[in-house]
Design a protein around this ligand. Structure first.
Ligand SMILES: NC(=O)c1ccc[n+]([C@@H]2O[C@H](COP(=O)([O-])OP(=O)(O)OC[C@H]3O[C@@H](n4cnc5c(N)ncnc54)[C@H](OP(=O)(O)O)[C@@H]3O)[C@@H](O)[C@H]2O)c1
Length: 295
């Protein structure tokens, strides 16, 4: 980054937080529990006073989509109330906030990819609490960027790529749904884009492009084809692989309903920040390579 401003990331152990730390080096301080708990306003206040960041990125969230269905209060505390308090505290210090949100704010009924201005209509508790978080951030800090992303994976944390490779150790064939479409996003690709955004904002005193942006891997796929890509890459590298049997969502019921189409159109981020996200296949390949190298 040209001016080396200090960025404070909330969330330290998560996929995105770790990728931001790796990409941002010394310019990024990532704080999580116990020092900073997004549900504890005093801990946020203390961190802002101590680190005096030029910009804050909120990468902490309640991300367990199915568990949220039976634990709405916890999901709301982390996805709605916490971001509201963080946004208000940042606003008091005139600090811009980049808040991360999700493709699951949409119901999937649109037959094309979603634009930022499309009306959200979340299907489950996770999506509802994240949408309420977007509204709260918008209400409490005029200097906000809300970035909706999707299907995040990385070499650390829990994600689909890791689950598939793990399952393939014991199974020859895996049944995976093929009627939900989205944009797999490699966390390091998203982190690089967010840092580009932050640099742009901090380098432009007259920046006026506050609002919602979509950032996700380009191209679209479904979970079954995503799994096939993971196994093709893994097989070529001598790693675990399995055949994939595509099934409809009806044969794999989950506590939280998923949108059939949550693809995100990312043109707005290109126009405002010059950001082009990598294709999802490239992200999936890189993730598998990194995971096999760790094994
Ligand atoms: N994962 C996806 O597929 C996906 C898809 C679309 C959008 N997103 C959004 O992308 C963002 C990053 O997701 P991710 O995949 O990196 O999530 P993740 O790996 O699940 O990490 C979540 C982070 O939140 C932290 N956290 C939990 N409770 C906290 C609290 N009370 N105070 C402070 N930190 C707390 C966790 O830290 P602890 O170790 O302390 O628990 C962890 O670092 C989130 O906003 C998520 O909604 C994710």
């Amino acid at each position: 980054m040209t001016q080396q401003p200090s960025l404070l990331v909330i969330g330290r152990t998560g996929q995105l937080a770790r990728a931001l730390m790796q990409a941002g080096g010394d310019h990024v301080t990532a704080l999580g529990r116990p020092e900073v708990d997004l549900t504890n306003t005093d801990s946020i206040k203390a961190a802002l006073a101590q680190y005096r960041p030029a910009l804050v990125i909120n990468a902490a969230a309640y991300t367990a989509v199915d568990a949220a269905e039976r634990d709405e209060a916890a999901a709301q505390a982390l996805n709605t109330t916490g971001p509201a308090n963080l946004a208000a505290l940042c606003a008091k210090r005139d600090v811009p906030l980049i808040h991360i949100s999700t493709d699951y704010v949409f119901d999937g009924a649109r037959d094309q990819s979603y634009r930022e201005e499309d009306v959200p209509s979340p299907l489950g508790v996770y999506g509802r609490t994240k949408r309420a978080g977007e509204e709260a951030v918008c209400q409490h800090n005029p200097r906000h960027i809300i970035v909706r992303t999707a299907w995040v994976h990385s070499p650390i944390g829990k994600n689909f790529v890791k689950t598939m490779l793990h399952l393939a150790r014991d199974r020859d064939d895996i049944r995976v749904v093929d009627d939900q479409y989205g944009n797999p996003t490699y966390a390091p690709h998203l982190a690089a884009a967010l840092l580009q955004m932050a640099t742009h904002i901090l380098g432009d005193e007259d920046f006026t492009g506050w609002g919602i942006y979509h950032l996700a891997g380009t191209g679209r796929t479904n979970w079954a084809d995503f799994a096939k890509e993971v196994f093709a890459t893994s097989a070529a590298l001598g790693g675990p692989h399995a055949s994939v049997t595509p099934i409809p969502s009806a044969e794999y019921p989950t506590p939280a309903p998923r949108p059939a189409n949550s693809c995100l159109q990312c043109d707005k981020a290109y126009k405002a920040f010059g950001i082009t996200m990598a294709n999802w296949r490239e992200g999936a390949k890189t993730c598998v390579q990194a995971l096999l190298a760790q094994a």
